[in-house]
Design a protein around this ligand. Structure first.
Ligand code: BV8
Length: 249
């Protein structure tokens, strides 16, 4: 793959890099994105109609089972070349911050040491009423299982639509975004806020903004560099070009 020399140079010289990833980064691992039509049993549901507190209150069993199905799918897949390239980059830059909208934990499994999870993590469970994480509970056959402390329903520890993002993670994400030289926006449709505001904030702060996505998004027209393609192909190739540029000075 050929990249604009200016893009390679800017990354090679960057002191601080921030990356925002969306479901597109996990697509090549076999994890369906929110844009992909839901498959099989879940084909008749739209994620936006399941990933909300109201949907859970209306039908806790259905929403719990959707997440159980996704947890099982994620447990059975592997990080792909995009996740691995990002883990290598994290170790190579003085300042590198990975902000993800994904809840699948694949960045961590690829070796990224610091991942800012804006939307939580599907492998973690919390009490719906208390909001505290629960790591084990008696198998009573209840679906969803019940909180061992208050007896209320357990739920996945993810941020649903119309729920606020975790303040600490959002603060870290804004700090990384407003202090980076280069901001990579990878595999996100850039439509879900407030996460989608980050690349535009990076633009406002004068960072070089790069979009990697096979499709256009609301960011495409404003990004300094747009690399149309799959993250699992583009990121390893881009990183290889940057390493070469760094080694040849
Ligand atoms: C909030 C976790 C406020 C759960 C997710 C009315 C009331 C309240 C809020 C709102 C409202 N109207 C709008 C809002 C804001 C709302 C929002 O933005 N809605 C959108 C739909 C307009 N946001 C919220 O509700 C947020 N909370 O605003 O709270 C508040 C404040 C204080 C007090 C109370 C409330 C919460 C948003 C978080 C929702 N949770 N996920 C779960 O996973 O189950 S969002 C979920 O969808 C993902 O995390 C992702 O962020 C988002 C988008 O999903 P996808 O499109 O699939 O994924 P992605 O965006 O990554 O797109 C895939 C892309 O990959 C595509 O572009 C595709 O081209 C590309 N691609 C495909 N293959 C590849 C690829 N790219 C590279 N390589 C490939 N191989």
């Amino acid at each position: 793959m050929n990249f604009p020399p200016e893009l390679v140079q800017q990354l090679a010289r960057a002191k601080s890099v921030a990356v925002l990833t969306g479901a597109g980064v996990s697509a090549e691992s076999g994890v369906p994105t929110f844009r992909d039509a839901q498959t099989g049993l879940w084909a008749k549901y739209r994620p936006e109609d399941l990933a909300t507190p109201r949907a859970f209150l209306r039908n806790p069993r259905l929403v719990w089972e959707w997440y159980a199905w996704r947890r099982e799918l994620v447990a059975g897949v592997k990080p792909n070349a995009a996740h691995l390239a990002l883990a290598e980059m994290e170790a190579a830059f003085a300042q590198f911050h990975l902000v993800t909208q994904n809840v699948d934990g694949l960045h961590q499994r690829a070796g990224c040491r610091t991942v800012i999870e804006l939307h939580g993590n599907i492998m973690r469970t919390k009490c719906f009423s208390e909001g505290t994480v629960v790591t084990q509970w008696p198998e009573t056959g209840d679906v969803p299982p019940l909180c061992p402390r208050c007896g209320g329903h357990l739920r996945p520890d993810v941020v649903w639509f119309e729920e606020p993002l975790p303040a600490a993670e959002m603060e870290q994400a804004i700090k990384a975004t407003t202090s980076c030289d280069v901001f990579l926006s990878v595999g996100t449709s850039t439509v879900v806020y407030p996460a989608a505001s980050l690349p535009f904030e990076a633009l406002r702060k004068g960072a070089t903004v790069v979009e990697i996505n096979p499709q256009a998004t609301p960011l495409t027209k404003q990004a300094h560099f747009v690399v149309p393609g799959a993250a699992g192909v583009v990121l390893p190739a881009l990183w290889a070009a940057v390493k070469t540029a760094r080694s040849t000075g």
